[in-house]
Design a protein around this ligand. Structure first.
Ligand code: FE2
Length: 248
């Protein structure tokens, strides 16, 4: 067992600050509900001390292989187009983020969430909950099997429809890497009228759109989409000096 003493010999990593040019604003006029939700003051950058550069540990055995297949959580199979969604979790330096939790939630093939406040007239699928989770492997890779979600209407403006999307939550390896975002599908005709998608600075929008991946389709079974997720990276790798008091 190795014990590390956090003395002057241990250099903590510092995580890169967000680039304003590609930062999605927390308030966006066309996305009406942000008028009530967005902070009125500019965010304050916290220093990156030990609390900030570490993160939650899940322990062993909490996430199982079955958690990543959203088509096998009930007695029957859900309706809709079966898809594989896969990719890598990377940091801004292009380094893989291994063994990190990736959680997803989504509407069913008809665009309906299994949630008490979603009651628009599209049917709930009794064989689809729409929740999944997995851990990235040694190379930062993740994979889900699911159903392609449908578009759904919402009350932002007259005849507003959300493009098909899957919600993602990532904890990364430390709190500065926390990311909650949405994955979209290529060439969606609803992009142009969606203020949530268009709140993303134009240069960053392609980062939110998955790629149809013919090579990862499964013959007579499933289509496939690839989406890499980039978390905030570090600009300093932690290292220990010879006299840092590390006890083997
Ligand atoms: Fe959604």
């Amino acid at each position: 067992m190795t014990q590390t003493t956090f003395g002057s010999g241990l250099h903590l990593p510092r995580y890169l600050r967000e680039d304003d040019a590609v930062r999605t604003p927390v308030g966006f006029e066309d996305y009406r509900s942000t008028g009530l939700r967005a902070p009125l003051h500019a965010p304050v950058d916290l220093p990156h001390r030990l609390t900030e550069v570490t993160g939650p540990l899940l322990g062993e055995g909490r996430v199982t292989a079955a958690d990543s297949d959203l088509t096998r959580q009930h007695t029957g199979e859900p309706q809709g187009q079966r898809i594989v969604v896969h990719g890598r979790v990377l940091d801004t330096g292009g380094r893989p983020v291994p063994h990190t939790l990736v959680e997803v939630w989504q509407a069913n093939a008809g665009g309906r969430y299994r949630h008490v406040i979603d009651n628009w007239p599209s049917p709930v699928d009794p064989n689809f909950t729409g929740l999944g989770r997995t851990l990235t492997d040694d190379q930062g890779r993740y994979e889900f099997t699911t159903i392609k979600p449908g578009a759904y209407p919402w009350g932002n403006h007259h005849n507003a429809w959300r493009p098909a999307h899957i919600h993602f939550s990532l904890f990364g390896q430390a709190f500065p890497q926390r990311l909650v975002t949405q994955m979209y599908f290529p060439d969606d005709p609803l992009f142009g009228q969606d203020p949530i998608f268009n709140a993303i600075p134009e240069a960053a929008r392609p980062l939110a759109v998955s790629r149809f991946d013919l090579e990862r389709t499964v013959p007579s079974w499933a289509l496939a989409f690839e989406w890499d997720i980039v978390l905030r990276g570090t600009d300093q790798t932690p290292f220990e000096t010879e006299d840092d008091g590390d006890i083997a």
